[in-house]
Design a protein around this ligand. Structure first.
Ligand code: ADP
Ligand code: MG
Length: 208
């Protein structure tokens, strides 16, 4: 049984890259702090694009965060301070192992407000890691869309540019684009990669 009289909640924020997930997470965490709630925020150490000690949005907003290697390390960092924490935020949650799901259930049972942000699908448009399960057990799901970089329509996909087929290639601008259903080409965007190669040839001095 729950060791807390009032159960907490799980809020999931999801959508493709550039859809504003981190912005929305940061907004909610800042509002919680204005309401004098104590907040702890975590992110996986795979995402070192901007800061080790903060989560960051593509629009340069930041919030203090602890970088952890996996769910076990997240537990070790969180549990000693858990009594004094009311809100737990996690960004880039798609990169965590499935242990994040029972952890979310535990935190809800302890009365915490848990806010998890992450990609719903991979560059191949497949469900990404623990995110679909978290959406299924959540109280609310906020599914955001980005702007298609080809036509400006609403974008639900993350397009990887270039040749790599590895699941995780961390980076942002230049490697990935938000795309609508019509302009999303899951396995290789020939058009974009040809353009990139052409640009590289034109820009590199001394070729031909
Ligand atoms: P996410 O965490 O979902 O990747 P962020 O919160 O980091 O998104 O960034 C959202 C911001 O990215 C937007 O407010 C906007 O300033 C910028 N941005 C850049 N490219 C796009 C795009 N294609 N569609 C929407 N926003 C974009
Ligand atoms: Mg983000």
């Amino acid at each position: 049984m729950s060791s807390h009289p009032t159960p907490g909640v799980l809020e999931v924020i999801t959508g493709p890259m550039f859809s504003g997930k981190s912005e929305e997470l940061i907004r909610r965490l800042k509002r919680a702090r204005i309401a004098r709630q104590r907040v702890a925020c975590f992110k996986p150490d795979i995402d070192l694009r901007y800061h080790r000690t903060a989560i960051a949005s593509h629009s340069s907003q930041t919030h203090e965060a602890i970088t952890v290697a996996n769910v076990e390390r997240l537990r070790e960092a969180l549990y000693p301070q858990l009594d004094s924490i009311e809100v737990v935020g996690v960004d880039e949650v798609q990169f965590f192992d499935p242990g994040i799901i029972p952890l979310a259930v535990e935190l809800i049972a302890l009365g915490k407000r848990v806010i998890m942000a992450g990609l719903d699908t991979t560059f191949a448009a497949e469900p990404f890691g623990p995110v679909p399960n978290l959406m299924a057990i959540s109280d609310t799901v906020t599914k955001l869309s980005a702007v298609c970089m080809v036509c400006g329509a609403s974008a639900i996909h993350t397009q990887r540019l270039g040749q790599s087929q590895e699941l995780v290639v961390v980076g942002a601008a230049g490697l990935y684009e938000a795309r609508c259903r019509m302009h999303f080409h899951p396995f290789l965007d020939e058009h974009a990669s040809e353009q990139l190669e052409l640009a590289a040839v034109l820009e590199s001095p001394g070729t031909n």
